[in-house]
Design a protein around this ligand. Structure first.
Ligand code: ATP
Length: 357
């Protein structure tokens, strides 16, 4: 558990402007010691700018960054107990795996035998075979080079490791493997990992907590479960996966669909109170086809328009009145609901979340 440890990094009112443009807008954040925190957000939302300030490559225009209580705003990267991994890899191309990993130790004046021994230990941590010690790093595959870079970062023995989109250029299968390996590695090292990506899928797999950025602001920080099942607003709900968003209006003590004709059973919001209008958000996997006589809090007649295979799951696009609803079923539960078939789609109020209008 990382929750009861004091924060290792603290950001208070951190802001970064370029001329009169605020790339990062007054961020408050406690990073817990030993956690895997991922910052996600669309392109241009300020992730890299935030990371550059954390790593010491840029200074905040306003606010403070402290590491274990010490202000580090203007401490350069090489004098921080932190390390940026994978950025363009930056390995020495003419050197062996062992020499690359041992480089930080060489700088510290550690002798060759001790460097070799430590390189071998770190290679075991990142699961590189011992036989790679003398292999030229350029003869390694892309995935292997990532591990070399990570092992070299660990050789610095940093307290915090930063990752800037390390897996963005890697093919899907290797990426899936590396995501899981990175998560295992995080556990094995007990270090604090701060990871930046625009891929929520990556964030979901690896992180203890996820921070979602939008237009320079950190709009929500929470566990993957909280971000997915209790997003604070429509932006987060839509950024973190596909959704059916239904506008509803108060009418006669209940709720009436605006773009779906009919009364809806609406769960109370997780926080705050609702005004006259609200949005009901249902993830496709919480929607189902409702058989005649079967119970569902909300049900609407529709027509299947399309069917997509998502591998282990099948997604249906269903036309309901003027709009399209997404229903996702595991392959085992799929109905064979071919295009044109008349269906009833439905969900239970407790399986949806409600956001203010
Ligand atoms: P991406 O996912 O595309 O890398 P990002 O979320 O990392 O995006 P940033 O690179 O932090 O976003 O950029 C945030 C905003 O700040 C962008 O609008 C960008 O154009 C602007 N910006 C970043 N660096 C500078 C700079 N040195 N000078 C001026 N504007 C900058």
């Amino acid at each position: 558990m990382t929750t009861d440890k004091p924060p290792i990094l603290q950001l208070v009112g951190v802001r970064k402007t370029f001329a009169d443009f605020a790339a990062v807008e007054r961020i408050d954040l406690d990073v817990r010691d030993g956690e895997f925190l991922t910052i996600v957000g669309p392109s241009g939302s300020g992730k890299t700018t935030l990371l550059r300030m954390l790593a010491g490559m840029d200074q905040p225009t306003e606010g403070n960054i402290t590491l274990r209580g010490k202000r580090i705003n203007d401490i350069p990267p090489n004098r921080r107990p932190t390390c940026l991994v994978f950025q363009s890899l930056a390995l020495f191309p003419h050197k062996s795996v062992g020499d690359n990993i041992g480089f930080p130790l060489k700088v510290k004046g550690i002798d060759a035998a001790a460097r070799r021994a430590r390189a071998l230990e770190l290679m075991a941590v990142v699961r590189l075979p011992e036989s790679y010690l003398d292999k030229n790093v350029m003869k390694c595959s892309g995935g292997e080079r990532q591990r070399v870079a990570l092992a070299r970062a660990l050789a610095y023995d940093p307290e915090v490791l930063f990752f800037d989109e390390p897996l963005s250029a890697i093919d899907y299968k290797l990426k899936k493997t590396l995501e899981k390996e990175l998560k295992d590695l995080h556990r094995a090292t007990g270090k604090t990992f701060i990871y930046i990506t625009h891929s929520l899928e990556e964030a979901m797999v690896m992180s203890d907590r996820i921070g979602v950025m939008r237009a320079g602001r950190l709009v929500q920080v929470g566990t993957p479960e909280e971000i997915y099942n209790a997003p604070v607003d429509r932006f987060v709900s839509e950024f973190v996966g596909e959704v059916n968003t239904i506008r509803v209006r108060r009418e006669g003590g209940g709720w009436q669909g605006v773009d779906l004709a009919g009364a809806l059973s609406v769960a109370p919001p997780r926080s705050g109170t609702l005004g006259e209008e609200a949005f009901v958000v249902v993830r496709p996997e919480y929607m189902r086809f409702v058989a005649p006589g079967e119970m569902a809090d909300n049900r609407f007649a529709g027509t299947v328009v399309n069917e997509y295979s998502l591998g282990s799951r099948i997604q249906y696009q269903v036309r309901v009145g003027e709009r399209t609803m997404l229903v996702e079923l595991s392959r085992g539960r799929a109905l064979g609901a071919e295009a044109g078939r008349e269906v009833t789609v439905g969900w239970d109020a407790a399986d949806a979340f409600t956001l203010g209008g």
